[in-house]
Write a protein that binds this ligand. Sequence first.
Ligand SMILES: Cc1cc2nc3c(=O)[nH]c(=O)nc-3n(C[C@H](O)[C@H](O)[C@H](O)COP(=O)(O)OP(=O)(O)OC[C@H]3O[C@@H](n4cnc5c(N)ncnc54)[C@H](O)[C@@H]3O)c2cc1C
Length: 391
Amino acid sequence: MAQQTKGLVIVGGGPAGLSALRAYREAGAGGPVCMVSEDSVLPYERPPLSKEFLRGEVAAGAIAMQDAEFWRSADASVRLLTRAVALDAAARVVTLSTGERLGFDACVLATGAAPARLPVPGGGHPAVLRLRSLVQAHALRQAADRADTAVVVGSGFIGCEAAASLAARGLQVTLVTQERLPQQERLGAAAGRRIAGWLRDSDVELVVGARVERIVAGHRVELADGPAVTGDLVLAAAGVTPRAGLADTAGLDVRAGRVVVDAHMRTSAPGVLAAGDVALAHNATAGRALVVEHWGEALAMGVVAGGTAAGSDEAWAEVPGFWSDIGGRVLKYVAWGDGFDDARLVGHDAGAFTVWYGRRGVTVGALTHEADDDYARGRELVEAAAPLPDP
Ligand SMILES: Cc1cc2nc3c(=O)[nH]c(=O)nc-3n(C[C@H](O)[C@H](O)[C@H](O)COP(=O)(O)OP(=O)(O)OC[C@H]3O[C@@H](n4cnc5c(N)ncnc54)[C@H](O)[C@@H]3O)c2cc1C
């Protein structure tokens, strides 16, 4: 027999799940709410894990998303260290790892993503660290306490941020990447050159255009074409894999590994919503589905999912974006994020810059460093599908 007398079941204790809970209650919905989370602690901020937390500047207690008073008043039951193992969308029941079965009127899948394992021999060695959860962040910090040298594999945001943070702790850090320039694939060569300069300024050694062939004993990173790099600590920052298994097994529409949702976060199954990194959501302003893996979007989609579950009619329509901190330099990015054919860097005073991204002459993104006016203007231009500014 299913327990919980219906109401809302949220699978996932990250920002999307938490913001769905908040929005559901703020919309005035009563009835039972249960949040099921594999995490060992209540929702916390992930962005500091590669920045202030890794540098040892903040403690775990300081990154909780809500205080005890919120949880007292939220009127929700939270099952930590509990996994949702099955979803029966037709019967509207979620089965937990404890064997409990929770019936629901609405369910929000906010299962996020898992850090990808490096797809090479030795990539799964327990000494090859990955960074997503607080538990993994503690393990990385403890490893850094004992290490003199570190190898970071991957030059996405987490790889770049973590490399700079480890270097700031005094480790000798090598960042190994397949890209010719850090983040070139996502942000283009001009931005990549700036980021490479920041990393070098932070004393991070860059090994670019390098394909990792294998990792030996969790410490020796062997490259296809070049000398091996060895670190007391190896961090794999090779992107993420959305955790769409629950939805997939339940027969929901899943595309490119993500749960397909409309702008109201509704999946193909009535009563089942999805939000955050796991979702492939339709953005009402863009007029198409977007892949986003950003904190702010997880919160925004959670708001929509919680509202939809409560019966309101909101839609996800914001231009996505995120901030990144690489060795104390902050980048602000606002973009649809699904490609550009033109990238124009405009330099400002004292190292500040803006990169304008266009596709077929239309502004599709802006990346700024110390140029907040352009960041705000970029959002407006992208939203309005305005012509690419002529620098
Ligand atoms: C180190 C780091 C730094 C980052 N920095 C930034 C940044 O500066 N800016 C930015 O925009 N983004 C940043 N991000 C990305 C951002 O954190 C993610 O986009 C965001 O966390 C996605 O939120 P989510 O709620 O969709 O998923 P998650 O935060 O991944 O949460 C998913 C939750 O679901 C739970 N779960 C999964 N499956 C199950 C299951 N079957 N049963 C029960 N529970 C389950 C997990 O335990 C977890 O609680 C960073 C990420 C990391 C790891």
